[in-house]
Design a protein around this ligand. Structure first.
Ligand code: DP6
Length: 344
């Protein structure tokens, strides 16, 4: 009879972006980053891991389709969790499930949002995988360093609320871990809206994109060395103080600089489309109208806008968005294919 564990992990949306690695294998970044982890209820991955003596081999199904278990990053996570479990058991930790340790696992993972549309599916996916495997084997404690080896941004989804990924300095990556800056209860009226401009797969994945950026963009080097360190400090302070205007400006500037480094990459990478640019203008117009930053946008490696705002502005801003982007006056094509309101 298999031992079965099911867990969910939410997506996180960076406000200071991670872009570029100093070590590809260990997934060590060239700068620290900071994100907000969403609530469990909407954009999430659900993973079930079954462990059984009669399983012949490890297997994985993603969104109902069997995938290659030999994917190097998947193997890193499996290996590291099993290594940790063995180490804990040898150190005398009685919560480690000795029976399970030698068994193979079957993993089933489903997202409730479009994969690879720049909506951080790999972050929720690897965070959930590592967390669920850890539960199967009975290990707890610091696991973000393992999730990081699945996908860099995944380490931040191991915690709720406001989370920083400290880049670390060590060659072995032991100090490159996520840390909670504030819990989700800290800023209860902060809201996240996802404006879906396209649910298509992105043309250049983050892994390949950031590799080319590291190789070719001087702007990225400048950003990592001279911009992000101060910005991290300012962002953490804005979060501590719940200073929305500062939080919003830093978030928009950081998204813009990230997309500028993509343009500075050779050949250039374009993640934003016409809808994205319209959303950017709209947000600036809206804020200018009120003479203060009430709304902020940020874009990952895709055209979908993620909007940060406060609860008291959500209804009005959504009304404006629906006016500017009516769902179906675009020759039958949907401009905004979806609209989700995410309580943070
Ligand atoms: C633009 O974590 O997907 O979303 O480490 O190669 O798996 P890998 O990359 P990934 O990159 C995320 C990039 C980003 C910014 C961010 O989330 O910080």
């Amino acid at each position: 009879k298999p031992a079965t564990v099911t867990c969910t992990a939410p997506v996180n949306i960076a406000v200071v972006k991670y872009w570029g690695k100093r070590n590809e294998g260990l997934i060590l970044p060239i700068n620290s980053s900071l994100s907000v982890t969403l609530h469990q209820d909407q954009l999430k991955t659900t993973t079930t891991v079954a462990s059984c003596r009669s399983f012949q081999e490890d297997r994985i199904w993603l969104n109902g389709k069997e995938e290659d278990i030999n994917h190097p990053r998947l193997q890193s996570c499996l290996r590291e969790i099993r290594r940790l479990a063995r180490k804990r058991r040898n150190d005398g930790d009685s919560s480690v499930d000795v029976g399970c340790l030698s068994h193979k696992v079957h993993i089933c993972s489903v997202n409730n949002f479009p994969t690879a549309a720049g909506l951080a599916s790999s972050a929720a996916g690897f965070a959930c995988l590592v967390y669920t495997l850890a539960k199967v084997y009975g290990v707890d404690g610091e696991l973000s360093g393992i999730a990081r080896q699945g996908s860099g941004s995944a380490c931040r989804s191991m915690y709720g609320g406001f989370v920083q990924w400290i880049m670390g300095e060590r060659e072995d990556g032991k100090d490159s871990v996520a840390q909670q800056v504030e819990p989700e209860s800290h800023w209860p009226d902060l809201r996240v809206l996802v404006l879906v401009a396209s649910a298509e797969r992105k043309p250049v994945g983050s892994t390949a994109g950031m590799q080319t950026s590291v190789e070719t963009s001087n702007l990225l080097k400048h950003r990592a060395e001279s911009v992000v360190p101060d910005r991290m400090k300012q962002m953490i302070e804005a979060v501590h103080k719940k200073d929305f205007a500062t939080f919003a400006e830093l978030t928009m500037r950081d998204s813009n600089q990230f997309h500028a480094t993509c343009l500075d990459t050779f050949p250039p990478i374009f993640y934003l489309n016409t809808v994205s640019r319209h959303v950017i203008s709209l947000v600036h117009q809206y804020n200018r109208h009120y003479g203060e930053a009430r709304v902020a946008y940020t874009f990952d490696a895709g055209p979908n806008a993620v909007i940060y705002t406060l609860q008291q502005h959500v209804a009005e801003f959504l009304q404006v968005v629906r006016l500017v982007f009516p769902p179906d006056n675009n020759n039958g094509k949907t401009f905004l294919t979806g609209l989700q309101v995410e309580p943070v």
